[in-house]
Ligand binder design. Structure first.
Ligand SMILES: NC(=O)c1ccc[n+]([C@@H]2O[C@H](COP(=O)([O-])OP(=O)(O)OC[C@H]3O[C@@H](n4cnc5c(N)ncnc54)[C@H](O)[C@@H]3O)[C@@H](O)[C@H]2O)c1
Ligand SMILES: O=C(O)C1=N[C@H](C(=O)O)CCC1
Length: 269
């Protein structure tokens, strides 16, 4: 039996799923223990290496979470909110760390995930990169230092296949700005402007989303004052940063007490 922790990748044919399979194959700290896609997907029953156009790995793509998660140390999940909710139950039942990169959850779905975290280890972040998680701390600090005379705007840009907006990262940054100001984001968020909107509300935290081409992920937090402006920016140029962060989270989560954790726990920020 291998000492190297086995990791299952859900949504393995997706942009992040394939990136994760590559990064796990290149790692000497984890091994690929399973690969999952949804029922009816044409990769089901195929070797994941061959399906990705490479050498066979011995890992066959399945649509059965219980089978795939059995004996795994961790499940790394970048799929869709409803799929992630089902995987949370299955990961907790299998005793596997659930690393959740999926974004676009409703408040109700987040509550449901939180209930499962009583029974299993979850590490969830809208962005698993070191750079963005540092930017979250910087955003909180700048917001703490400035009053509501400084308008906060979060601007994000992603590829044309992204299905949720604002991005999970933009929401993390907005939460950090709201925390720094000592307000609830839900009370001050301004998520859609169109038509005769009226003047900007003092203290609002605005969100704008750009979608185009193959943009991996770009985020600006703008603090706009009278006569000056601070812009905090993160630009992702390679999805490997998200995959490496997720693998780090999986290793960190092994042996932890059940609960909901995030990347600031993993990175010690
Ligand atoms: N947290 C982060 O650092 C980070 C980074 C990148 C992407 N994301 C998020 O990850 C998610 C996926 O992004 P992507 O670009 O890889 O999308 P994608 O559409 O390329 O991949 C999603 C995959 O999930 C699969 N899937 C959907 N439902 C499933 C189910 N029930 N069972 C098994 N597989 C299922 C799809 O078939 C697809 O292969 C999005 O929510 C995105 O916002 C997060
Ligand atoms: O490509 C995506 O989709 C991304 N999603 C995350 C988000 O919603 O912030 C992270 C960046 C890439």
């Amino acid at each position: 039996m291998s000492e190297i922790p086995g990791v299952v990748v859900t949504g393995v044919s997706g942009r992040m799923g394939q990136m994760l399979a590559h990064e796990i194959a290149a790692s000497d700290k984890v091994r690929l223990a399973g690969a999952l896609e949804h029922g009816g997907h044409d990769w089901i029953g195929r070797d994941i290496g061959a399906a990705m156009g490479g050498a066979e790995t011995g890992v066959i793509v399945t649509d059965d979470p219980a089978e795939a998660f059995r004996g795994a140390a961790a499940v790394v999940d970048f799929t869709a909110p409803s799929a992630t909710l089902a995987f949370a139950e299955a990961a907790a039942a299998a005793g596997a760390v659930h690393v959740i990169g999926t974004t676009g959850f409703s408040d109700e779905q987040l509550d449901a995930l939180g209930r499962v975290a009583g029974r299993g280890v979850q590490v969830r972040a809208g962005n698993m990169s070191l750079g963005v998680n540092l930017l979250v701390g910087l955003t909180r600090k700048v917001a703490e230092a400035l009053d509501a005379d400084w308008d906060v705007e979060v601007v994000e840009a992603h590829h044309n296949r992204k299905v949720d907006a604002p991005s999970g990262t933009a929401l993390m940054l907005g939460e950090a700005a709201a925390e720094g100001r000592g307000v609830a984001l839900s009370r001050v968020a301004d998520r859609g402007r169109d038509g005769m909107t009226g003047a900007r509300t003092r203290g609002a935290i605005g969100f704008s989303a750009i979608r185009g081409g193959d943009i991996v992920g770009e985020h600006d937090v703008i603090f706009a004052g009278e006569g000056e402006r601070i812009v905090l920016r993160h630009v992702a140029t390679d999805r490997a940063i998200f995959a490496r962060g997720a693998i780090r989270a999986a290793l960190w989560g092994i042996g932890r007490a059940p609960g909901a954790y995030d990347m600031s726990d993993v990175l010690g920020l």
